[in-house]
Design a protein around this ligand. Structure first.
Ligand SMILES: Cc1cc2nc3c(=O)[nH]c(=O)nc-3n(C[C@H](O)[C@H](O)[C@H](O)COP(=O)(O)OP(=O)(O)OC[C@H]3O[C@@H](n4cnc5c(N)ncnc54)[C@H](O)[C@@H]3O)c2cc1C
Length: 313
């Protein structure tokens, strides 16, 4: 499917004038997501700072062009038809990191731009002996999405270490302290201080002083667990379903005999039953058919309805 937008040369010219090299065309969602699935996108835009986000969004809305944020595309199942709109990614101005405050009792606040990868932030903190983000080693997303999703692993999660979140909407920016942030399993609800849609611009982490060696050892251990348990050599979006209360989606899928189940090139990983992998040419349609089949069979066998953790766009 060729998107109508891809043909709109005036749109391209104007966006290029506004952004220079920071806009790219002729990309597919398959290139922008870790599942490697999805059709063409109208444009991929890297916004450098708040004012540029505002200018771009104003331009897109004036042109009635739908837009949405993208980080590393590691939690998304994108449609085969693509997205006839613009994807906004946070550029270098959202990739700064600094120690902001030394608190008492060995606590330290670190402010990180939402466009940084979680792994970069975890490494930066490890190098300075700041503990708390070890669990994030190996989660392939950006800080912005990770906080919105309350990403977590090994019994910890973003909510445990986030001190504040800075969001923007239009030209406005607000920093929400922890009392305005309501974290729950893979989700964050924020007090409605600005009109939606909100862009997460930065996050402040509250970490504690420890030793670089101890932090790195813990991170290496988590990396090793991931290599042992997860199919990291195949495209996926991590855990496909949320764990139901007090249960594990992977165990429910495995005990229903569904490991290795395939629809075309979409497959329930033979290594980790809650990872759905793309064996090469999987389509979104195949992934969704696989999702439905797994949901039905698990519900029939265990009486539990699995809900996707992955965002189906
Ligand atoms: C191999 C693998 C392992 C994984 N392991 C884990 C794990 O252990 N724990 C876990 O929780 N997750 C895990 N994930 C899932 C995923 O990495 C996380 O959900 C991550 O936080 C998604 O970040 P992203 O930048 O890729 O977001 P994307 O997939 O790009 O976007 C996710 C959503 O956030 C929105 N968004 C992105 N940036 C912003 C922003 N700045 N402001 C507002 N909205 C924004 C997007 O529009 C989209 O709706 C794993 C994924 C893979 C592929």
């Amino acid at each position: 499917v060729i998107s109508a937008m891809l043909d709109r040369s005036l749109f391209r010219t104007e966006l290029t004038e506004l952004l220079g090299g920071r806009v790219r065309f002729d990309l597919t969602l398959a290139r922008l997501t870790t599942m490697k699935i999805g059709g063409p996108v109208g444009a991929l835009i890297f916004a450098e700072h708040r004012e540029e986000c505002h200018q771009v969004v104003t331009f897109l809305e004036k042109n009635r062009t739908p837009w949405r944020l993208i980080g590393r595309g590691s939690n998304v199942l994108a449609p085969d038809e693509g997205f006839d709109g613009a994807l906004l990614a946070l550029g270098d101005g959202f990739k700064t990191i600094e120690k902001s405050t030394d608190l008492s009792e060995g606590k330290v606040l670190v402010r990180a731009g939402a466009g940084l990868s979680l792994t970069r932030v975890a490494d930066w903190c490890a190098a300075r002996g700041l503990a708390g983000l070890e669990f994030a080693a190996g989660i392939p997303g950006c800080v912005g999405a990770a906080v919105l999703k309350n990403a977590g692993a090994w019994g910890s999660e973003m909510g445990a270490v986030v001190a504040s979140v800075t969001v923007m909407s239009g030209r406005e920016e607000r920093t929400l302290p922890r009392s305005c942030l309501h974290f729950s399993y893979r989700s964050l609800r924020m007090a409605p201080v600005l009109p939606a849609p909100l862009i997460v611009a930065a996050v402040e982490f509250e970490l504690r002083r420890s030793s670089t060696v101890a932090i790195r050892e813990q991170m290496a251990y988590y990396h090793q667990l991931r290599r042992e348990k997860q199919p990291l050599n195949q495209p996926s979006a991590g855990s496909f379903f949320k764990n139901p209360p007090a249960l594990f989606a992977a165990e429910l899928i495995e005990s229903a005999g569904l490991k290795g189940l395939r629809v075309g090139d979409a497959q329930v990983s033979t290594r980790h039953a809650n990872f759905f992998v793309n064996r090469g040419r999987a389509t979104a349609r195949q992934m969704i058919a696989l999702m439905r089949e797994v949901q039905q069979k698990v519900e029939k066998q265990h009486g539990v309805r699995l809900e996707p953790e992955v965002e189906v766009w």
